[in-house]
Design a protein around this ligand. Structure first.
Ligand code: G3H
Ligand code: ZN
Length: 270
């Protein structure tokens, strides 16, 4: 399954850190009966000291799922890693040149996008804050619609992550999205739009963002809040040493969060 077959409706993408994340995400998607994107970030790859084992686990979990699954490499800054997408068994990659200046970001993103065309890989990219260090998803950063349109035309990317009020790693859901800006970028840019840092965005705002033209909704931290919260509760209340006893409720809590988010993104609940 590739992103190209899933552009008709908004879709949620969830970050995988451990095998239990991958299993829980697929279980949640099966509960909701909706397709899902499993994404593996360069940071998570660093944690595993290489992509091969965790990517192989994701391929296996995806292959036995009862719903459609897309496997995506996320926030890749290393072009060589981006070009491993196919041999890892994935069909989609986000090349993240957001901390580069506009010209450098265009140059490298275009190189990855051209490789993507030749290899049947969907390429997502992101525009950085001019002069900024934290990319497009630091609080307060906003994407300019005309610049976004130029970036897409100059690079040939398949989808674009935009800065419209969310920021990464929020554990409170207090981000305020600029819906009017989403509409303006959606009108100016001919490719599907991606919202990063969606854990900080309330359900109603996620639903409104999809109605305004947002396509892919990236969620990571919120799953860790559910997963780690359940682990902590179990470990606080129990003295056992079998990790499965704690991991099982944690994985179930993660699956429940996934099912909920998928329904919100699908417009069923908010
Ligand atoms: O690329 C991943 C997402 O942007 C996740 O962000 O952990 O803040 O939900 P989040
Ligand atoms: Zn992100």
């Amino acid at each position: 399954m590739t992103c190209r077959e899933l552009t008709d409706a908004p879709i949620a993408a969830f970050n995988v850190i451990t095998l239990e994340h991958a299993e829980g995400i697929v279980a949640g998607a099966e509960q909701a009966g909706l397709p899902v994107i499993l994404q593996l970030s360069e940071n998570a790859i660093r944690f595993h000291e290489g992509p091969d084992a965790i990517a192989a686990a994701m391929v296996a979990v995806g292959a036995s799922a009862g719903i459609s699954v897309v496997l995506h490499l996320d926030h890749v800054t290393d072009v060589e890693l981006a070009m491993r997408t196919v041999d890892l068994g994935f069909t989609s990659v986000m090349y993240d040149g957001s901390t580069l200046d506009f010209v450098g970001n265009v140059r490298t993103t275009r190189q990855v996008a051209e490789w993507g065309v030749g290899n049947g890989v969907w390429v997502e990219a992101e525009l950085g804050e001019v002069g900024g260090k934290d990319g497009a998803h630091a609080p307060g950063v906003r994407t300019d619609p005309a610049e976004a349109a130029r970036f897409v035309a100059d690079t040939g990317v398949d989808s674009l992550a935009v800065a419209v009020g969310s920021s990464h790693a929020m554990t409170s859901r207090t981000a305020e999205l600029d819906l009017e800006l989403i509409e303006r970028i959606h009108a100016a840019v001919p490719v599907p739009l991606v919202l990063h840092g969606s854990s900080g965005v309330p359900d109603e705002a996620i639903a409104a963002a999809t109605r305004a033209g947002m396509w892919k909704i990236n969620i990571g931290t919120a799953l860790n809040v559910a997963f780690t919260g359940e682990l902590r509760d179990w470990l606080t209340a129990n003295q056992g040493v079998d990790p499965r006893k704690a991991l099982k409720p944690a994985r179930e809590a993660l699956a429940e969060a996934v099912a909920h988010y998928l329904r919100v993104v699908d417009g069923q609940a908010a």
